[in-house]
Design a binder for this molecule. Sequence first.
Ligand SMILES: [Ca+2]
Ligand SMILES: [Ca+2]
Ligand SMILES: [Ca+2]
Ligand SMILES: [Ca+2]
Length: 268
Amino acid sequence: MKKTNSLPIFALGAAISGHAYAIHVDGNINEWLVSNTTWAAKAGIESTVEDWTRTGNGYLNPGYGGQAYDAEALYATIESGKLFIALATGHNPQTLTSGNNYGAGDFAIDFGKNGSYELGINYLNPSATQAAAAIDRFGVQGGVYKNPIWALGLWGDNGAYKKSEHPTSLLDGTKIGDAFMVVNYVGVTGYGQYQTDVHYFYEMSLDLSLLYNAGWDGMAFNIHWTENCANDSILVDPPGAVPEPGSIALLTAGLLGLAGMRRRKTAR
Ligand SMILES: [Ca+2]
Ligand SMILES: [Ca+2]
Ligand SMILES: [Ca+2]
Ligand SMILES: [Ca+2]
């Protein structure tokens, strides 16, 4: 893992926030992973783990590809007004969409968990120059988009070819802000059920205000990730998707304070 790169980023994040979050967005998952064999996370971090068991002919559900396309574990937590997301995958983030290769998709959020994805967090492949497929070139790294237009993968939930039920990459949308995203581009071993397999990590955080901007009202939501083929997709449902009582109390106190000032002004 690129420890030399991650340390200054963490130091900067700590200096800005002055708050030690459970997930440090630094491309290193060791601070919050409880077991690097089962992918279990610390309490309060919701997880979905789908480590490919190496059985069958590389079948991942709904498509194929084995470890190179394994969407293994997706994590989410909400803390101090921010949504944190982390992904562990066998898919190399610098893969470009070409021929039988498919690049990494973006992170899609479905408010209400009803199959419509209202918010996208963009991953931009650093290898995607003008010559790359347009699907790998959209937007900026970590850009947060509402009104998203999604490219759809090759597979549906029932395994039918070209059923296109999975949002893969953003093709268009209205940019409303930025997530802080760090990707570990150097594959590492020593994780998962098969410790010699290579894994890559994505970590990010974004303000909940961006979710509200895109139409969220505190309802439950899913986070989805897959490759541009949608050979393996993964969903996680974050815990505590409601504003924290502390922040509501502060907001209420602030509003009451304003109302009080206004009354005094009127009385004068
Ligand atoms: Ca981390
Ligand atoms: Ca795996
Ligand atoms: Ca929805
Ligand atoms: Ca993208």
